[in-house]
Design a protein around this ligand. Sequence first.
Ligand SMILES: *Cc1c(COP(=O)(O)O)cnc(C)c1O
Length: 383
Amino acid sequence: MNINKKRIYLSPPHMGDKEFAFVTEAFKSNWIAPVGPHVDMFEKEFCKYIGARYAAAVSSGSAALHLALILLGIQSGDEVICSTLTFAATANPIIYQNAIPVFVDSELTTWNMDPSCLEEAIRDRVRKGKKPKAVIVVHLYGQSADIDPILDICSQYDILLIEDAAESAGAYYKEKHTGTYGKFGIFSFNGNKIITCSSGGMLVSDDDALIQKAKFLSTQARDPAPHYQHSHIGYNYRLSNILAGIGRGQLYILEERVHARRANFDFYKKELGGIPGIQFMPEAEFGKSNRWLTCLTIDPLKCGFTREDVRLALEAENIESRPVWKPLHLQPVFQEYPYYGSGVAEELFDKGLCLPSGSNLSKEDIQRVVKVFIHVYQNIMKL
Ligand SMILES: *Cc1c(COP(=O)(O)O)cnc(C)c1O
């Protein structure tokens, strides 16, 4: 590895100029707790930005998903449908509840849950007497899934939808923000996401009572009594007031971050789009992607090299890139669970690569990435 060259990361944090002032304010007022004015304001401001009615700020996207499942009453043995092409964190909370994930394949137009596979899965589970209790749909890499047909199928079978919008802050399906269509939407502010609090998450819903209950459960489920009284099992899932301060600052510049990431995508596409066998992740016409990560597929039959050739060549130059998520139904830990599909997610994993996509990626750095990529292509052409 060429360690003389500065490391280029896949998706590093990128602070603006307000975050530090908010954190300082938290210190000065001694609100160093998972409660305080930044937490309340972050919820309000986030709701306003995405057009949701209520929100609970929590310690991670995973915590938000777990709370969503608890609030929908998911219990031991229940089945929950889940996109297969995603990060493991989408499905882990299903297992926390001792429930059973049922994985559904992607469609090529969005890389997200294929509505016809979803329908097939629901029909088959119903036929087997195991009607799913909920569906978790992911908006992968900031591209929204095709929500309308998915909602239609869900309502036809009276199944509630949770949107895993962890990667899609700043992205839209039709005229509304992702995460505002389902019973719940969840967001992540982990260090690699488009905006970050270092760690954090948000649970949103139009149901006030459920969000109130989320706040109750995420602060150890303390009944209203002067002593410590508990009638429910609680969780320590609330967001710290310090981290909420970072989140408020990041929210101010989310639009700029989307703009910068979309510009990365456009640049890569312009420079690499002409290589035969390269296809960039499409953007469906029904919405706007935040282009969290620039992803493309490399067809070795058409271009003579694989995504691993490119990934290793980048790594040799101290540049981080990643294969597209390995489908969950192929993961050792989830292999035993049902899967419905025709191998689209598997193909995207085999051929897919995510390029460095930070909103603070300099012109010089992105040119370095492109140069290595083009070298791989030129070397093959000489053979
Ligand atoms: C990051 C991520 C999560 C989990 O969010 P954390 O804040 O890291 O817990 C869930 N789902 C997807 C699709 C993610 O990318």
